[in-house]
Design a protein around this ligand. Sequence first.
Ligand SMILES: C[C@H](O)[C@H](O)[C@H]1CNC2=NC(N)=NC(=O)C2=N1
Length: 164
Amino acid sequence: MYFLLVCSSGTRGTENFRDRIGISSNRISVYGFRTFCTGTDKDLLSKKCVPCNSKDLRSMTEESASKLIPKVDGWNLVNEGSTFKLKRSWKVKSLTKGLEMFQLISDIAEAEGHRPDLHLVGWNNVTVEIWTHAAGGLTENDFILAGKINALDLHHLLRKKVTT
Ligand SMILES: C[C@H](O)[C@H](O)[C@H]1CNC2=NC(N)=NC(=O)C2=N1
């Protein structure tokens, strides 16, 4: 008999869940339970961004991007002036926590050699947009960076979600 247990608390909850039961996979079968945890695809986390200066760099189609978006929990595919981008927002506890978050994200970005657009508005609203400027759209680099941002432990910077 199988029960379906769905992790809905985003990557962190999923990471915690996987840590607690010591299993790293997106489809976890525990004591007869099958769970379908969304989160960041392990495959993306194992990859490294490639330099964007190759002349044959092409942005991917909306269809290809739509197939990849489920691999990066919490990120949205947006079309801004016919440029497709990945976008995600968080509410942080304070302005300084927002800057701390920028620092954590920029450390990852510099290590990957692939940079996001960082926005901090109204003191506690962080929005990150990722796209490949050299290609004028999305490449796998953007999904790799989004996945690695998802793997950051940010919970100490974020405002607790108000459950109504
Ligand atoms: C050579 C190096 O890979 C390129 O200049 C990188 C730097 N970081 C980048 N980041 C992003 N988001 N888009 C780019 O086109 C880009 N180009």
